[in-house]
Write a protein that binds this ligand. Structure first.
Ligand SMILES: [Zn+2]
Ligand SMILES: [Zn+2]
Length: 214
């Protein structure tokens, strides 16, 4: 399994990166991206700290650990600059915290994220058809999330992505150990979003392609 959106206690997750990675390995993960919430205040620090341990974790836990970040609550006109900065600091997967129905993210975040050509637009909520077309054009993956609250928007995102042919990815947005992916969770979320198991497989392929290109 591949999961490209998780949090450690370098932002608001509960676990040390080492514990999260170890638990992911035990849960059957092949790849995990550590994508803590970042703005310009903590990005340098988080990238540096996470990068220090990834090689050792990959080697000894035998799992692919990717350094990433989730650009969060940055004003839309500054999102592109933040994405570029994150890449410069070594982020291989840059997620942007999208306009979830359950959080007051500034309007225009989804569009700015897609224009910035981030890798994944997380929980984009009631994203417009125009923005989904733009995501397809800019090769930005739209997220189907297993996280409570954010997942209210999944069905809408899935429906538009299918209609337009934009690519999807399933992530957990893990903050606690029990948030990691398992078969039961996958099935529930697929059902809720009116997606099938072959859609899940395609989402894993999309995630894998993203890793290969990053
Ligand atoms: Zn988020
Ligand atoms: Zn997140």
């Amino acid at each position: 399994m591949i999961d490209l959106h998780t949090h450690t206690f370098f932002s608001d997750g509960d676990l040390l990166p080492s514990e999260l990675v170890c638990r992911a390995k035990n849960a059957g993960y092949k790849t995990i991206a550590l994508t803590d919430h970042c703005d310009f205040s903590n990005m340098d620090f988080v990238m540096r700290q996470v990068t220090r341990i990834t090689a050792g974790l990959c080697r000894y836990y035998k799992i692919n650990v990717i350094v990433g970040c989730e650009i969060t609550y940055i004003p839309p006109p500054l999102i592109s600059k933040a994405v570029q900065r994150a890449r410069k600091l070594g982020a291989k997967i840059v997620v942007v915290h999208g306009e979830s129905p359950v959080e007051p993210v500034p309007k225009g975040t989804n569009r700015a994220a897609i224009l910035s050509k981030c890798d994944i637009l997380a929980h984009p909520g009631y994203i417009s058809e125009k923005e989904v077309r733009l995501a397809k054009k800019n090769n930005v993956l739209l997220e189907i999330t297993t996280r409570n609250g954010h997942r209210i928007g999944n069905r809408h995102v899935a429906k538009l992505a299918k209609k337009i042919g934009a690519k999807l990815v399933m992530d957990t947005d893990t903050h606690l150990a029990e948030d990691l992916l398992n078969e039961k969770k996958i099935k529930n979320v697929l059902k809720e979003a009116k997606l099938t198991y072959s859609d899940f497989k395609q989402m894993q392929i999309n995630a894998n392609q993203l890793i290969l290109n990053s």
